[in-house]
Design a protein around this ligand. Structure first.
Ligand SMILES: [Mn+2]
Length: 309
């Protein structure tokens, strides 16, 4: 193994957990969630983010993990260092490869629903690849302010979290691209509203389905799933799909997002339409422990909606 098995107890993590325990008493399985039947794969990867404050993603993952049932939680060890680009245009590629490999091993031993908790959106690489390999005709509902459809060549930041979906479609660094790519006809971008020019051009030329925030309803997502012909669905939730007025712990907030209520309705509609092949919740980047506590209630409702039966 090229990465550490144990994370030193950083003062940052200890501080956030201590502070949170004073003012935050919610936990999963409370009255606002149903029965939880999932395994949570916590992946505190920050190396895919292009933010100068990417380390906040580690705090975000830890804050969420503190509220998950320990018996059904698996923590992936993420390299402590940034890693390097291995001569490619993908920043920190070596770390991304190590996390991907560790995630695939962990996913292989999970039976039943796996819910991946990021970390940056790059954590979806392994989780979607794994889910697509064991589920036929799987749709991906990508609830995210951003389409994450850059190639290494078009990405201005070289940050992998902006390339993860394009990589899953088969156009990424060869060391990360899955053997069996996703089919573009089964991809649904939802709540997506911040597209770079190169991404918008790809959405147009490839005919990717995109439901803008103001069009996103239980009915529109159901119609898009029906049109895709899929028989199972992976649900990706980047928390930045939410309107920043409702949710503050974001590295890349984008205005005019969806409400929490609307997001919960859409998740319920997706689950009612097709069997869930997997799910991921990413990009929680609280600026401090108090701010994390303010957002955790919303996150737990989302996790409850995704994972309850
Ligand atoms: Mn995003």
């Amino acid at each position: 193994m090229s990465f550490a098995r144990t994370r030193p107890s950083s003062s940052r993590t200890s501080r956030s957990r201590r502070a949170r325990s004073n003012d935050h008493s919610q936990s999963l399985g409370g009255s606002h969630t149903g029965r939880v039947a999932a395994t949570f794969l916590v992946v505190p990867q920050w190396q895919g983010s292009g933010s100068s404050r990417a380390m906040r993603l580690v705090d975000g993952a830890e804050a969420i993990r503190g509220d998950l049932p320990t018996t059904s939680t698996v923590l992936i060890d993420v390299p402590l260092g940034a890693g390097n680009d291995e001569g490619t245009r993908v920043s920190r590629l070596s770390s991304l490869q190590a996390v991907r490999d560790a995630q695939l091993i962990a996913l292989g031993s999970i039976s039943g629903l796996a819910v991946t908790i990021g970390g940056d959106c790059g954590v979806e690489l392994a989780s979607i690849q794994h889910a697509a390999a064991v589920n036929d005709a799987m749709a991906v509902v990508w609830l995210d302010a951003h389409p994450d459809l850059h190639t290494a060549e078009s990405s201005p930041s070289h940050a992998f979290h902006g390339m993860v979906l394009r990589t899953l479609l088969g156009e990424g660094d060869p060391s990360l691209t899955p053997t069996t790519p996703l089919e573009v006809g089964r991809l649904i971008l939802a709540g997506t509203r911040a597209l770079d020019d190169a991404e918008a051009a790809f959405v147009d030329s490839a005919g990717v389905r995109l439901i803008a925030p103001e069009q996103l309803t239980a009915e529109s997502i159901r119609d898009a799933l029906t049109a895709s012909g899929a028989t199972s669905v992976y649900l990706h939730v980047d928390l930045d799909v939410l309107d920043p007025a409702e949710f503050t712990g974001l590295g890349f907030p984008e205005p005019f997002g969806v409400t929490l209520q609307s997001l919960l309705e859409v998740i319920a509609a997706v689950k009612a339409a097709l069997p869930l092949a997997g799910a991921g919740i990413t990009e929680f980047a609280p600026r401090n422990a108090t701010a994390a506590g303010d957002d955790l209630g919303s996150i737990l409702r989302i996790i409850g909606a995704v994972s309850s039966t």
